[in-house]
Design a protein around this ligand. Structure first.
Ligand code: GLA
Ligand code: ZN
Length: 670
């Protein structure tokens, strides 16, 4: 296979007769499919009993792929345990949040703390690796599948206690971190600690907890427990195949797992993109950029997307003609170095039989979906290696912090209506539609390359983050933070200072009071000569050196600042504070003012439906992706001398050109 974007997806031929495989491969060739993810749910086929392994079918699948010149992403198959295992070792089955030990069923059905699961999953991974390490088809290892969920069993309780000892050292430290004197909770022995669940600290589900500290720690622990499963399998695989890269497929902004804790353990990041089809294109874009941020900007893989429709939702709309193509190019524009589907052929039975597939039940090569997939296959073949390894030259960073997400959404007060991803997305969207490339990075990232750092709802401020944000402004950059930021330390304990805690010096404000209102009670905010709308939370800002940029128009705090900026340091840097949840026009206004300070509003920013994204190839080639998300043509004029890689057309600066509805241009910029 020549160097190009791997194209293909999940392929489970163990589920149908071998005669059909010929047809599968003929169709793969027609569609330019060169990469197959195999073995994802094959445990019960590969190990029908504890002492019997049977690789006959997988051998044939892998050999056939190799013979056809295709590469395989080989899964370890450990995401769904076989029935014999669950029956023989009932402790492997998860215990849910309500304390119910599950019986055999579904998938992702293993307790991450179970030694039996660990032993048997590692043994399976090890045998697979030993057997296929030298296969010419092997491209990458795919450990498990979409790790997620949580377990609350006795094994997890015991593992949690061990994790807490390592984290806190002493019970005194733990009692302080969780503030246990409140409601008479002082622990005097580690054995007294129970997982926070519906039986213990929670009411009304996982977000309502009496002690945020224990719930925060349990989410960190569960992240690490599942990560431990991944690492154990990875090591087993590595022992046999030291040079083949290892990944596991993530789910974008997936709340239960802090992917930043996982990132160092992946050789490359990969994820499954299933945005609700009515979501704006900035929703999958944010997740792509989050995935790219996991490995310091290195390319990631789009491990799954549907070629046409999902089935897991109550209502599953169809991707319209052209939508799959633009979604695929969007992923590449944001740093994907692979474009894979779930799934290559439709499952005949069970809950995924209506999920879109490249090849449907009838096995036709003349369906619209198949033709679109094949057209994309041709385009990617023509593209060749151009985008592989290319990096995004972003000067704007958006901070994402799972601890802040968790702490915010498990907090009693000020408002349950504030959803962390919604606020992140609003700022991300504003920067993206203004034409800025955005790196979505953890709070521990090196911020020295950025002119602008957006840190909305930075609820917890941990470690030296405040100083590092001050350093951004200190060298002339701009930092923005918002309402509900700087509220707690790493345990969620309030700072014994003015709000926003350690962010006070940078923002030059103080917040003594805040007013949370139902979603239908909004405020008018005046910014320059515009009026915009704000909702959910209205913090009342007392300037401590900052100057107002926008003010509230109503209520007893009318005329007080809703947005401020604070000059910081000697080099013209600024710290902005947005005290409320501004609507899109308000957020756009604030973000464009900030981007404008640094010359970062893009040349196509007037075209709201046209997305731009840059990548710089390893040989220095500068690529600009233009994606027209509208179903009408976009009339543009070239901002620079450029050549479209897809059509060969050349443009002079200022030359007008038309981008088709859902059209894509990939400009090599001179
Ligand atoms: C997920 C899983 C796949 C499959 C698809 C269906 O992403 O990884 O196994 O269930 O969704 O869309
Ligand atoms: Zn468990």
């Amino acid at each position: 296979m020549s160097r190009k974007i791997p194209y293909g997806g999940d392929y489970n031929p163990e589920q149908w007769p071998e005669e059909i495989w010929d047809e599968d491969h003929r169709l793969f060739t027609t569609a330019g499919i060169d990469t197959l993810t195999v073995g994802v749910f094959a445990w019960s086929v590969l190990q029908p009993a504890e002492d019997i392994y049977d690789f006959t079918v997988l051998d044939r699948i892998v050999e056939r792929a190799a013979a056809e010149g295709r590469r395989v992403v080989l899964a370890t198959g450990t995401a769904a345990v076989p029935p014999w295992l669950a029956l023989k070792y009932p402790e492997v089955n998860r215990t849910d949040f309500e304390g119910r030990r599950h019986r055999y069923g579904q998938r992702h059905n293993f307790c991450p703390s179970s030694p039996v699961y660990r032993r048997l999953s590692v043994a399976l991974a090890s045998r697979i690796a030993e057997r296929y390490a030298d296969s010419p088809a092997l491209l990458a290892w795919h450990i498990n599948n979409e790790y997620g969920g949580a377990c609350y069993c006795e094994l997890c309780a015991e593992a949690f206690r061990g994790w807490l000892r390592a984290r806190h050292g002493t019970l005194d430290a733990l009692n302080h971190a969780w503030w246990t004197t409140f409601w008479s909770h002082r622990y005097t022995d580690w054995s007294q600690i129970e997982p926070p669940s519906a039986l213990t600290e929670h009411w009304r589900g996982p977000d309502h907890t009496a002690f945020q500290g224990i719930t925060l720690d349990y989410r960190r622990f569960m992240t690490d427990a599942l990560l431990g499963c991944f690492v154990a399998e990875k090591e087993a695989v590595r022992a046999h195949a030291p040079d083949t890269p290892v990944t596991t497929n993530f789910m974008g902004l997936y709340r239960p797992l802090d992917y930043h804790r996982w990132a160092p353990h992946l050789d490359f990041a990969s994820w499954d993109s299933y945005p609700p089809l009515d979501a704006p294109p900035t929703v999958p874009a944010l997740a792509h950029d989050l995935m790219r941020g996991l490995k310091d900007g290195a390319p990631f893989w789009l491990m799954e997307q549907t070629p046409s429709t999902t089935a897991c939702r109550d209502i599953n709309p169809l991707r319209r003609p052209g939508e799959l193509r633009i979604a695929t190019w969007q992923a590449i524009a944001h740093g994907a170095d692979a474009a894979l589907y779930f799934q290559m052929r439709a499952s005949r039975g069970a809950c995924e039989k209506y999920i879109g597939a490249v090849i449907g039940h009838a096995g036709r090569d003349d369906t619209r979906v198949f033709r679109e997939v094949a057209d994309i296959g041709r385009e990617l073949a023509e593209l060749g290696p151009l985008t592989l390894g290319a990096r995004t030259p972003a000067r704007v960073a958006l901070l994402v912090d799972w601890d802040s997400w968790w702490a915010l959404e498990i907090s009693d007060g000020p408002s349950r209506l504030v959803k962390y991803p919604d606020v992140l997305h609003r700022y991300y969207r504003a920067a993206r539609v203004a034409g800025a490339d955005v790196d979505v990075v953890p709070v521990t990232a090196d911020l020295s390359a950025y002119d602008v750092v957006l840190a909305p709802v930075l609820h917890l401020v941990k470690g030296d983050l405040a100083e590092r944000l001050e350093a951004v402004a200190g060298r002339g950059g701009t930092v923005l933070t918002t309402f509900l930021s700087g509220r707690g330390d790493e345990h969620g304990l309030a700072f014994l200072t003015d709000v926003p805690g350690p962010l006070g010096p940078l923002t030059g404000v103080r917040v003594d009071e805040w007013d949370a209102r139902p979603a239908d009670v909004t405020q008018t905010v005046r910014i320059g000569d515009r009026e915009v709308t704000a909702g959910l939370v209205f913090e009342i800002v007392v300037e401590q050196g900052a100057e107002p940029v926008a003010t509230y128009a109503r209520d007893f705090y009318a005329g007080t600042p809703a947005v401020t900026r604070n000059r910081f340091g000697e080099r013209g840097g600024e710290g902005w504070y947005v005290a409320t949840f501004l609507d899109e026009p308000g957020t756009d206004e604030v973000v464009r003012r900030i981007l404008g300070r640094h010359g970062l509003v893009g040349p196509y920013a007037a075209h709201a439906a046209v997305e731009t994204a840059h990548r710089v190839a390893p040989d220095g080639t500068r690529l600009l992706f233009l994606l027209n998300h509208a179903t009408q043509e976009a009339e543009l004029s070239a901002h620079a001398a450029a050549a479209d890689v897809l059509t060969g057309k050349r443009y002079e600066p200022g030359e007008p050109f038309t981008l088709d509805p859902l059209g894509v241009a990939l400009l090599r910029v001179q």
